[in-house]
Design a protein around this ligand. Structure first.
Ligand SMILES: [Zn+2]
Length: 466
């Protein structure tokens, strides 16, 4: 079966093939760097990561652009309140976002682009829209006239034909009942940052940045545009209105959206006390790999219920797979019948691939791996596992891990490898020999913080994990 994805635009599951040269031109909506990203945000970023990895494993090349929204209503409000420049304020949260992505092992898109570095291009696009009479001015701001774009509503499958013409909205985010002419360019307010452009002074609205940067880097028609489900309306609907008015071409062939994340069965909100950043969760001692596994384990089109029990189960599942890998690498096997198991391994691998080809069904892909692990662990217990099956079984785990990426322990979180530990013990011995006792103690303390206990015996230093 071919690779196929659910397309929000058509409400169909469709076969996916890039339009040209085996390269997927993909745009995903990135973070607004006004605060630390929360775990619901990371559900979307995890979806992008799984999508990237699977497209590549399917032999496709990637040209993936993601924006960093570093100017919007919330950023300006917070930066002004903290008496920082926009750049000073957003640098903090952009770095935090990239650090969080690294902890979660999210691949970096080919291009990460900042909105504030594309203001002249946005002004130019707005001028082009104005030339084609898609816009009007009011109080120094410029609005998109949605009555001029009859297809408005085609992505969210909404009929907006009865709406009031000329009603306007200035904020970047608004509700579906509120389809109104949206702002492209905002007139400067007292004390707020602005740019001087061919349109006069002001700043861009949120929606125009994605249209402009996507077209600039990827061309007029993208293969895939992805985001969280909350972006379908108004953000993506507005992106379509802007982009298609500019180019006269379909803006994206596939629109893909990740469903909501719930926490303990409820919508995440600060007032319910179930609002978590990644940092909050890691500070409670959870491993980033467990968070990664949990976020990846539900198919992106299903709502994901993030629970602390689920996080513990994720850690257990990872441990089971790591132990299995260790057993494969270090066990002695003497089973005789290799053929049946080789066929079973090929079948598991086929199931894994077909699950991900089926609109990235990660739950099904995991099930096929765990069923295989369960069966072959039993064969190992009874001495029936043949040595000829070791490499193919490791191959299956390798394929699993090139998507899920949880098998390698996180060395930053206190799981130094044995060679790393031994290297530190040698350094400590050298420090002692040079009578640098403070240095030696420091190394002992550092290792202790990583969960490694040293014991000085008459036969030398022994170590163990706490
Ligand atoms: Zn966007």
């Amino acid at each position: 079966m071919a690779l196929r994805f659910s397309n929000t635009l058509t409400h169909q599951v469709e076969e996916f093939v890039p339009a040209r040269d085996n390269t997927v031109r993909m745009y995903t909506c990135g973070p607004t760097v006004y605060s630390y990203a929360h775990i619901g945000n990371f559900r979307s970023f995890m979806f992008y990561d799984i999508l990237r990895r699977w497209l590549r494993l399917r032999g496709l090349k990637l040209d993936h652009v993601m924006n960093i929204t570093d100017v919007d209503d919330k950023i300006i409000r917070n930066a002004v309140a903290e008496r920082k420049s926009l750049a000073e304020y957003t640098a903090i949260y952009e770095k935090a976002f990239l650090d969080d992505c690294e902890a979660l092992r999210l691949e970096r898109p080919e291009r990460l682009v900042r909105a504030t570095e594309h203001i002249p291009e946005m002004a130019k696009a707005i001028q082009q829209l104005a030339d084609r009479e898609y816009t009007y001015r009011s109080d120094g701001s410029i609005y998109y006239r949605i009555a001029k774009f009859p297809e408005y509503g085609k992505l969210s499958h909404s009929d907006f034909s009865g709406m009031r013409s000329g009603a306007r909205v200035d904020v970047d985010e608004y509700e579906k009942a509120d389809a109104r002419d949206f702002v492209l360019w905002k007139a400067p307010k007292d004390g707020e940052p602005f740019w001087d452009t061919e349109l006069g002074p002001g700043r861009p609205g949120w929606h125009i940045e994605c249209s402009v940067m996507a077209i600039q880097y990827l061309g007029e028609t993208l293969d895939i545009h992805a985001g969280g489900i909350d972006l379908v309306f108004p953000h993506h609907e507005n992106e379509i209105a802007q982009s298609e008015a500019l180019t006269g071409k379909p803006f994206a062939r596939f629109w893909m959206h990740a469903e909501f994340l719930l926490v303990e069965g409820q919508k995440m909100s600060k007032s319910l006390g179930n609002f978590f950043t990644l940092r909050d969760i890691l500070a409670q001692g959870h491993q980033p790999e467990a968070v990664r596994y949990l976020l990846a384990s539900a198919p992106y089109r299903k709502a994901l219920n993030f629970t602390f029990d689920g996080l513990k189960s994720a850690a257990t599942a990872i441990e089971r797979l790591r132990n299995y890998k260790l057993r494969l690498e270090s066990g002695k096997f003497s089973g005789r019948d290799a053929d049946a198991l080789l066929a079973r391994t090929a079948q598991a691998r086929k199931e894994f691939d077909e699950s991900l080809d089926d609109d990235l069904n990660t739950a099904q892909a995991l099930a096929s791996v765990f069923e295989y692990v369960r069966e072959t662990n039993t064969l190992m217990d009874s001495g029936e596992f043949p040595v000829a099956a070791v490499e193919p079984a490791l191959g299956l785990l390798g394929r699993f891990d090139s998507v899920f990426d949880v098998l390698q322990p996180n060395t930053k979180q206190g799981t130094l490898s044995s060679p790393e530990i031994e290297a530190r013990i040698t350094q400590r011995a050298q420090a002692k020999k040079a009578k640098d006792f403070a240095g030696a103690d420091r190394i002992r303390q550092e290792l202790l913080e990583q969960g490694i206990v040293l014991e000085d015996t008459k036969d030398g230093v022994r170590w163990k994990r706490k």
